[in-house]
Design a protein around this ligand. Structure first.
Ligand code: AGP
Length: 619
């Protein structure tokens, strides 16, 4: 939910800190700040040189902080933070970094300190003065107390042991300026190894182009960064050997590349990202899929008799589509659970259950908690994740990466279609072991290979979709409707226009309308109906008639050449014909574009919508 960066090296810390914050701003952007260890300066009073910590913070986006900094602040060691508020409203005083009473310690934090209230009460009784309403500030004051008797590293660990909750923390101290400390418990932190300089951040996008090798911290680990590099230890100071992974992606990848917003770029990347998800994984002759990530559990997968998919938001919608695929073509009972609910149920799982976690970021706290619950109960856990090396990718027994490339915009688009690609491959993989015929398998493979071209044709209608968005730009009430494979498409379309255009939109199964929601229909309501030529087409036509008969407007997503719908619906957007199970891959594109263009018409911040963050790493 927040972005953390730290720099320890030879260059002005501010350069990396600001650039890193900009790249992490999609994780939270209501306020930001930096704290830099100032080089030795003469202390006017006692003429003694000393090291100070200079902190600059601002409310609003990183660009506001940059303006406030107005040039260089001296110092080659510093930390910085861009915030998504959990405790205390977005304000300058609640922005991180937070310092202790004497300004000798500075910390940045991503997560939630659940016992901060009682800690704060004790500290205030000891005379500590708090400047903010945040939970984070208690960390700085606890460090201050511990450092009265202990060196920085020991004081840091002593402080961690008093905290309950989730955190990624980075701290610096003017009393021990040669060290930067960081700790991870449930909120991601990655170390970047440069030549003679070290970087640390919430995720690798902050350091792309600056480092070639990274180390991912795991829960219960601290890292001590100093002039001779870094050491990773446990909370009981035991050294830990960590694998240094190559960081492939280059700096350019996180640029708009000529698009006005990351969201539009990522929508148009889908033909390529979908093809990347399939690359090397289709076996046309055998009508099969090759999923190397499942190789070690191939035998166990044959005995799986139940699948549960846990995920959130857009990833929950792709999971719902996967449920239809897996039951229809792999013949495995499948249920989908919102991770935030699953984790509080007492789910009945066993070793013949496979629990699949779908997550673009691989850091969603609820999904991670659900997976941990599943592992404890002996289920086989499988990740369908986009970010390589992310926590969920490493927490699951096995997994399949989406290879969609970095998805920067808060509104998830290419991740959705890449997840559907992996779910289609998984359906083939499991189905062909369980009676799915060679002929059907080959047909699915052929149709999958055609999807990128079909996507290009849909995206080529962007101008027409933009016209529709202008027409409906002021529309305040939408229903998004679909059946079977496209019920999740309807949910996803509704989520998109909610989260970036702030329009109240409800997604329903079309068949559910007559059980209540049809009471909403009148000329002020637009029903976006996903109704390609599929096994439920006639039912959808009746649903549309019922809405039109009550004066409602219908924007239909229909199969190319469907003249019947043109005669009836208020407006139509066409998609190419494909297998029913693959139609959501095409139906979702106009829904993404429609939401995007409505938000543009309304003048909202597309990539950083209000109240949201890209990765929900808190519960
Ligand atoms: C989707 O547009 C939202 N940004 C949000 O619902 C997101 O899909 C959800 O938070 C899950 O994120 P994840 O896929 O990274 O786990």
């Amino acid at each position: 939910m927040c972005g953390i960066v730290g720099y320890f090296g030879k260059r002005p810390a501010q350069d990396f800190l600001l650039e890193g914050l900009k790249r992490l701003e999609y994780r939270g952007y209501d306020s930001a700040g930096v704290a830099v260890l100032q080089n030795k300066i003469a202390n006017r009073k006692n003429k003694k040189d000393e090291i100070l910590i200079r902190t600059v913070k601002s409310v609003g986006k990183v660009s506001e902080l940059e303006k406030k900094l107005n040039g260089k602040i001296e110092g080659v060691i510093g930390i910085a933070h861009t915030r998504w508020a959990t405790h205390g409203k977005p304000s300058e005083k609640n922005a991180h970094p937070h310092t202790d009473c004497g300004g000798r310690v500075a910390v940045v934090h991503n997560g939630i300190i659940e016992n901060y209230r009682e800690l704060k009460d004790v500290l205030e009784k000891r005379g500590h003065r708090f400047r903010s309403e945040t939970d984070t500030e208690v960390i700085a004051h606890l460090l201050e107390v511990a450092m009265e008797k202990l060196p920085f590293e020991e004081a840091f660990v002593k402080t961690l042991k008093q905290l309950k909750g989730a955190y990624g923390i980075v701290a610096i101290s003017a009393k021990d300026p040669g060290v930067m400390l960081a700790a991870r418990l449930s909120s991601p932190l990655v170390l970047g190894i440069g030549s003679g300089e070290m970087f640390i951040a919430s995720d690798v996008s902050a350091m792309m182009g600056d480092v070639k090798r990274v180390v991912y911290l795991d829960d219960g680990e601290i890292t001590v960064i100093g002039n001779d590099g870094y050491v990773v230890k446990t909370f009981s100071h035991r050294k830990r050997e960590k694998e240094e992974l190559a960081l492939e992606r280059d700096k350019t990848v996180a640029e708009h590349r000529g698009y006005p917003h990351f969201m539009l770029k990522e929508i148009f990347e889908q033909p390529k990202s979908f093809a990347d998800a399939l690359r090397g994984r289709l076996l046309p002759d055998d009508g099969m899929a090759r999923l190397g990530g499942l190789r070690t559990v191939a035998k166990r997968l044959r005995s799986i008799d139940r699948i549960i998919i846990v995920s959130c938001g857009t990833s929950y919608h792709s999971a719902l589509t996967g449920e239809y695929m897996l039951e229809e073509y792999a013949g495995i009972p499948t249920e989908v659970e919102m991770a935030s609910e699953f984790r509080y149920r007492k789910p009945l799982l066993d070793k013949k259950t496979a629990v699949i976690a779908i997550s673009q970021s691989g850091e969603t706290a609820d999904t991670l908690a659900a997976i941990r619950e599943a592992k404890e109960k002996g289920a086989l856990t499988i990740g369908i994740v986009n970010v390589v090396g992310s926590t969920i990718a490493r927490a699951t027994d096995v997994g399949v990466y989406c290879h969609a490339g970095p998805e920067i915009s808060v509104a998830s688009t290419k991740a959705f279609t890449s997840q559907l690609a992996i779910l289609s491959l998984l359906t083939l993989y499991l189905g062909r072991q369980r009676g799915l015929s060679l002929v059907m398998g080959q047909r699915i493979v052929r149709e999958l290979a055609r999807i990128p071209k079909h996507m290009e044709r849909v995206l080529a209608q962007a101008k027409d979709i933009r016209k529709l968005a202008k027409k409906y730009a002021k529309q305040e009430h939408y229903l998004y409707l679909g059946r079977k494979y496209n019920f999740p498409s309807a949910l996803e379309g509704a989520l998109k226009i909610k989260e970036i255009a702030y329009v109240p939109a409800q997604g329903y199964p079309t068949g559910e309308m007559k059980h209540g929601p049809i009471a909403l229909i009148d000329p002020s309501v637009v029903s976006v109906m996903v109704m390609p030529r599929d096994s439920v087409y006639e039912k959808n036509m009746s649903g549309m008639e019922e809405i039109l008969a009550r004066g409602g407007k219908v924007l239909a997503i229909a199969t190319d050449g469907d003249a019947a719908i043109v005669r009836k619906a208020t407006d139509v957007i066409f998609i190419p014909k494909t297998l029913e199970m693959l139609s959501p891959l095409l139906a979702v594109l106009p829904l993404q574009l429609f939401a995007y263009y409505v938000a543009v018409e309304r003048g909202y911040d597309i990539d950083k919508p209000r109240n949201l963050a890209k990765s929900v790493t808190v519960e």
